[in-house]
Design a protein around this ligand. Structure first.
Ligand SMILES: *Cc1c(COP(=O)(O)O)cnc(C)c1O
Length: 464
């Protein structure tokens, strides 16, 4: 019998009431956002028509290390936080590794992922500002679902532009959003300029995340009392996700454990940025030698094969430019099932940390390897992981095996960002051997990079 506890899950007392702002402790700040028209750093005021005022404030906040979570957000957090920290005893035994494996499980709420942490904050800020509602996009559906829940909680309208192909592949995701009261529009739609142009070019278009972002931004800036909300990439989203890491650190301390390596999957970077944050503070100050690993899909390898360059955050080029690891905003990833990881860029904060060597390693995981890890994990630990999270599991298993090979004890902490209940079509494809591993050739990536050179030239930046 194991005497050590499986879970640290102390209601209330395990919660934190602040968001830790890693930018305050970074040696160098990330390069500023640029206005693509002028090539000049973007001013706060330029974002106010797009985002809630408080989100913009937080986006630019590089001075407050700890930001109190407003009471109204805590009220909602209490319905699904703290999330459990779990020791993967069974997986450890099966791998026969001397390493201890811990994971923080963010999939316990109805939306099934960590995205609710930021959705709650952004919806609360919109309500406080007296807005009528929010507009957003969703690809795989997790962000749209999370924001639908949060908007229902705070009594706000929500319009979700859902990538058409995803809406058709995941009708149940759409129903969850509608149940919480959101209006779900398939993108490209005939209701925005961007959507109309897209449909004129290709009436059969299945849409893309980049196009849906452009449609949602257009809807927000052209409707009074409505702002846009984004579920990843930006500084304020990473800030909200810091609750994951702060809670995890608190729970690990109760167990008397300190990780040697912290792992997360990386799409736009928000769950990884969340789990690593307070450990990063100790690494930056020289107090700790903890390592950080980002796991991304081989089909959309922005950290492992992308360029560190200024790029648009969307395909329709309505957003500012951000300096980040990117495959180019024109890059169209293959339709892999880990939809939440199909993003061409990466959080500017994580990009900077990676560029400066504070995120030690990025690994690209092929889709079949991710599902193999997911299945292994599900059978050992009982939780059916989201395909996105499966990339982090694959990386964690690799680290556990490396400890074994070196004959070293070690402590691994990874973020299990969500559950896979809405991804059963992908699991079916895996179980039937129909999943393919598309790894883009250098030639395919070159097309996206060509766009980056053009963007650099237009913005007066050095070419990449
Ligand atoms: C959206 C999503 C991701 C990827 O987004 P990040 O911003 O990189 O965290 C990962 N896992 C799940 C379950 C998601 O829903």
């Amino acid at each position: 019998m194991k005497k050590e506890p499986y879970r640290v899950n102390l209601p209330e007392s395990g919660m934190v009431d602040y968001w830790y702002n890693v930018r305050v402790d970074m040696k160098e700040r990330h390069d500023p956002y640029l206005n693509p028209g002028t090539g000049k750093p973007l001013k706060k005021e330029e974002l106010l028509p797009v985002f809630c005022a408080q989100s913009v404030e937080q986006e630019y906040n590089e001075t407050d290390r700890h930001i109190s979570i407003p009471g109204g957000v805590m009220d909602y957090y209490r319905t699904f936080r703290p999330s459990p920290l779990v020791r993967a005893f069974n997986l450890e035994r099966e791998l026969d590794t001397p390493a201890k494996i811990f994971f923080k499980f963010e999939g316990g709420n109805t939306s099934g992922s960590h995205k609710l942490n930021s959705a709650a904050a952004q919806a609360f800020f919109a309500k406080e500002q007296g807005l009528k509602g929010l507009a957003t996009e969703t690809g795989a559906g997790q962000w749209g679902t999370a924001l639908s829940m949060a908007c229902a909680f705070y009594g706000l309208d929500l319009t979700v532009f859902m990538v058409k192909i995803s809406a058709q592949q995941k009708p149940y995701r759409r129903e969850v959003m509608r149940t919480y009261g959101a209006e779900v529009i398939e993108s490209p739609s005939p209701f925005t300029g961007v959507g109309k142009r897209m449909l004129a070019r290709d009436p059969e278009s299945g849409g893309s995340l980049g196009c849906a972002i452009s449609e949602a931004v257009e809807r927000a800036v052209s409707t009074s009392g409505v702002r846009y909300a984004l579920g990843s990439v930006l500084n304020h989203v990473l800030l909200h996700q810091a609750v994951i890491g702060s809670e995890a650190k608190r729970a690990m301390e109760q167990l008397g454990e300190y990780p040697d390596v912290v792992i997360g999957c990386a799409g736009g970077g928000s769950n990884l940025g969340g789990i690593l944050c307070e450990y990063m503070a100790e690494r930056l100050s020289g107090k700790s030698k903890v390592r950080f690993v980002a796991a991304e899909p081989s089909s959309c390898p922005s950290l492992t094969r992308g360029k560190y360059a200024y790029d648009f955050c969307d395909m329709g080029h309505v957003t500012p430019l951000a300096k980040m690891y990117t495959l180019g905003s024109g890059f169209l990833p293959s339709p892999i099932h880990a939809g939440g990881l199909r993003y061409h860029g990466m959080s500017p904060v994580l990009s900077k940390l990676y560029h400066d060597g504070y995120i030690d390693k990025a690994v690209a995981v092929p889709q079949n390897a991710a599902f193999a890890a997911a299945k292994h994990f599900a059978r050992a630990e009982g939780i059916l992981p989201a395909p996105e999270s499966a990339h982090a599991i694959a990386a964690a298993i690799d680290e556990a095996m490396a400890f074994k090979e070196r004959g070293e004890r070690g402590v691994i902490l990874f973020n299990l960002s969500g559950t896979g209940y809405f991804d059963m079509a992908a699991y079916a494809a895996y179980n039937e051997g129909r999943l393919t591993d598309h790894i883009p050739s250098d030639g395919e990536l070159e097309q996206g990079f060509a766009g980056l050179r053009e963007i650099a030239a237009n913005a007066g930046q050095e070419s990449v």
